[in-house]
Design a protein around this ligand. Structure first.
Ligand SMILES: Cc1cc2nc3c(=O)[nH]c(=O)nc-3n(C[C@H](O)[C@H](O)[C@H](O)COP(=O)(O)OP(=O)(O)OC[C@H]3O[C@@H](n4cnc5c(N)ncnc54)[C@H](O)[C@@H]3O)c2cc1C
Length: 351
């Protein structure tokens, strides 16, 4: 962000810092920078974003009395969804670090754009949220699309939490699939969907206290099979946004070159995130691919490269067989502590 008169905001106890201007609320500025403060209504009514101003001056904005009493104001409390900085400010606030801190909501959304990629079997779907709504989630979590017959279908959020107004999904077509078939054959731009979320405990642990080894942050091994790349896309874009320097190694596995549907995008992300290593792996390259890169099972290639995973943290996403094999091999053959293995297995709904 390039600001003419930047004001510095410091979050305590984390010490996170960023710049803002006098027109942007403290909550908005923090979210735009990828820092996850709790919030609810975002218009001064619910009090979910309440915290203390430790130093500096703020304009309290339109905080309602019911959500912020005069006594609380006198103690230095503010609603960060309304408050704007007038000077450099230090605020005390809880940063969302666990899925339980985030309310699960049901929301409508509208299909904004549809792009078919891969072997014509992956749909990049952009969904527009209702005006002034934002979905709070941790990078890696998923939503359930609610179908008219009461059934639900799970899809990982591929966009990062700081993306305003839209969420992205990567949907693989399942042969004879009820919902994914509709996505490819019936869905149109402007169609309305309903979803519930955010859901799941698969998300990037990026608080040093949750993953430190010998005083330094554990590097993160990201292993994606097919559209298992979707939550990794969210994690990587979040890391870029917060200026992460944590070492990340992404292994993206697919059958053929055409199935590496996000390859070019990942190379572009790498330019913005020097700490990201990227290894594409094909299990069954086509003769016309002229593939000179790595081949085999994606998690085996990661093990060949890294060897001992005892100091790592692993995030694995994709088909259930791949996730199961990675869990077994990483923890038994490569010494990954089981508590540092995180996965979302792309199972499907029971009929
Ligand atoms: C937490 C979570 C996150 C997920 N995230 C994603 C994502 O980001 N992108 C994505 O593409 N998928 C994702 N999935 C998988 C996705 O939910 C299913 O592919 C989807 O529910 C299939 O719906 P459908 O109505 O098209 O298929 P259904 O009509 O339910 O199934 C049709 C037939 O296909 C088989 N089938 C269904 N799904 C699969 C599958 N995934 N693999 C193999 N066979 C299947 C079933 O046996 C069934 O007989 C995720 C799953 C979970 C649990």
């Amino acid at each position: 962000m390039s600001l003419s008169n930047p004001l510095q905001i410091t979050l305590q106890p984390s010490g996170h810092q960023f710049e803002t201007d006098a027109q942007t609320t403290l909550l908005q500025a923090a979210l735009d920078q990828g820092f996850m403060l709790p919030y609810g209504c975002r218009n001064g009514a619910c009090g979910s974003c309440k915290g203390k101003v430790l130093s500096g001056e703020v304009d309290y904005g339109a905080a309602r009395d019911g959500a912020l009493s005069a006594a609380e104001r006198a103690q230095g409390m503010a609603l960060f969804c309304c408050a704007k900085a007038l000077t450099d400010v230090v605020i005390e606030c809880r940063e969302v670090g666990a899925a339980r801190d985030i309310p699960i909501r049901t929301m409508p959304c509208r299909v904004e754009s549809m792009q078919i990629v891969g072997q014509d079997d992956v749909m990049l779907l952009k969904l527009k949220l209702p005006a002034n709504e934002r979905l709070q989630f941790l990078p890696g979590q998923y939503i359930d699309i609610l179908l008219k017959d009461g059934k639900r279908r799970s899809f990982s959020l591929a966009s990062p939490p700081h993306q305003e107004g839209f969420i992205d999904l990567h949907i693989r077509r399942v042969p004879d699939g009820h919902f994914t078939g509709h996505v490819f054959d019936g869905m149109k731009v402007r169609d309305i969907l309903r979803f519930e979320g955010p859901l799941g405990s698969f998300f990037l642990r990026d608080k040093p206290e949750s993953n430190a080894v010998d005083g330094t942050e554990r590097p993160a091994l990201l292993v994606a099979g097919g559209t298992g790349m979707a939550p990794m896309a969210s994690i990587i874009q979040h890391a870029i946004q917060v200026g992460s320097t944590r070492r990340m190694a992404l292994y993206f596995g697919a059958r053929t070159r055409a199935d590496l549907y996000l390859h070019q995008q990942i190379l572009d992300w790498q330019k913005q995130l020097p700490s990201l290593e990227y290894v594409p792996v094909l299990s069954d390259p086509a003769p016309q691919d002229d593939w000179t890169g790595r081949t085999g099972l994606v998690h085996h290639v990661a093990m060949q490269d890294i060897g001992n995973l005892s100091g790592w943290q692993a995030y694995v996403c994709g088909a259930p067989a791949m996730v199961d094999a990675a869990k077994k091999d990483f923890t038994q053959a490569a010494n990954l502590p089981i508590e540092h293995f995180y996965a979302d297995s792309f199972t499907y709904s029971a009929t």
